[in-house]
Write a protein that binds this ligand. Structure first.
Ligand code: GRG
Length: 296
């Protein structure tokens, strides 16, 4: 089956599960409504798809895979709410709708982001089934590493710090690694960690998520520049206007795409047997490169 069809089918399944979890655990307060507004609102659920694919590779149950995905999508929703705030990237729209602080208020948006972050940790620490507590704790500790100063928050801080400055390609990649790749790294490797796979396979799964994330961010930057509001669901062309330092701004479009293609080829070469056994892994890596190239 074609990869986009698989992703869409999985999104429907995941959205149903996530909706149920949110409704079961949250009340009808203003804060809960703001949390739901930004979590059940049309995301592509790519991170959840990554979890489902790696779970299949290590035989993690689909219930646990769905719980981990709900945890990750909650972290992701928190990061988008905070990213849109006036003190961060200041966007009035997200996923084609008003951003959280525009729909509610700035204070509610900050709290909804905070509460979604905590909700994620609640899910991963209270609800997994038949998992060795030691592995579970290992996973929770790893998630703190992916979201904190060495992950999302650290990367976001660099993103803001680098605005309108001359920044090297190496530093931009480091920033992407933190602000975007870390959550993809967690998504793909969480099942490998829970199932106590070998050191080499866990390393492979972390690197796969990381490479996926770098390509995802580079192509997302290109889409921000060349797509319309309808296609990206937020204000287009903002990176350039805000003086964002992106790989696109340093290399230009053609070289940025070449960089993604080379990264993919090198990675596949390094882990030939994993790719041979799971051809979908290559389709996933080239998904966004194809998206960008079709538009060109
Ligand atoms: C305030 C402590 C504190 C931390 C903030 C905001 C933040 C941490 C991190 C944000 C990092 C960020 C927004 C990275 C961008 C990643 C990215 C490309 C998001 C878009 O992901 P998609 O395309 O979105 O998967 P959908 O809408 O499909 O879910």
């Amino acid at each position: 089956m074609e990869i986009n069809t698989l992703i869409n089918q999985h999104k429907l399944k995941f959205d149903k599960f996530y909706n149920k979890v949110l409704n079961k655990k949250l009340d009808k307060s203003l804060l809960a409504r703001a949390m739901k507004y930004s979590s059940i609102n049309g995301g592509k659920r790519i991170r959840a798809f990554l979890v489902s694919q790696s779970s299949k590779m290590v035989n993690l149950s689909s219930k646990n895979a769905m719980l981990i995905s709900s945890c990750i999508e909650s972290i992701h929703a928190y990061s988008l709410i905070h990213d849109d705030l006036p003190s961060m990237d200041n966007d009035d729209f997200r996923r084609g709708k008003l951003s959280n602080h525009k729909k509610f208020s700035e204070a509610t948006a900050i709290l909804a982001g905070d509460a979604l972050h905590d909700f994620a940790f609640q899910l991963i620490s209270e609800n997994l089934n038949n998992i060795n507590p030691k592995q579970n704790l290992k996973l929770i500790s790893y998630l703190t590493n992916c979201t904190g100063h060495d992950g999302l928050a650290g990367g976001q801080s660099l993103d803001l710090l680098y605005e309108n400055k001359k920044i090297s390609k190496k530093k931009i990649i480091e920033m992407y690694n933190k602000k975007t790749s870390k959550l993809f790294e967690f998504s793909f490797s969480a099942p490998f960690i829970l199932k106590k796979e070998s050191f080499r396979r866990i390393n492979f799964s972390k690197n796969y998520g990381s490479v996926f994330g770098i390509i995802f961010q580079i192509t997302d930057d290109i889409l921000d520049e060349i797509n319309s509001f309808k296609e990206i669901g937020k204000t287009p062309g903002k990176d350039k206007k805000q003086g964002k330092r992106t790989l696109l701004s340093v290399l230009g479009q053609k070289k940025a795409i070449n960089f993604c293609e080379q990264l993919t080829a090198d990675f596949i070469k390094k882990y030939k047997s994993e790719f041979k056994q799971n051809p979908i892994l290559e389709d996933m890596l080239s998904l966004n490169i194809k998206k960008v190239k079709k538009i060109n």
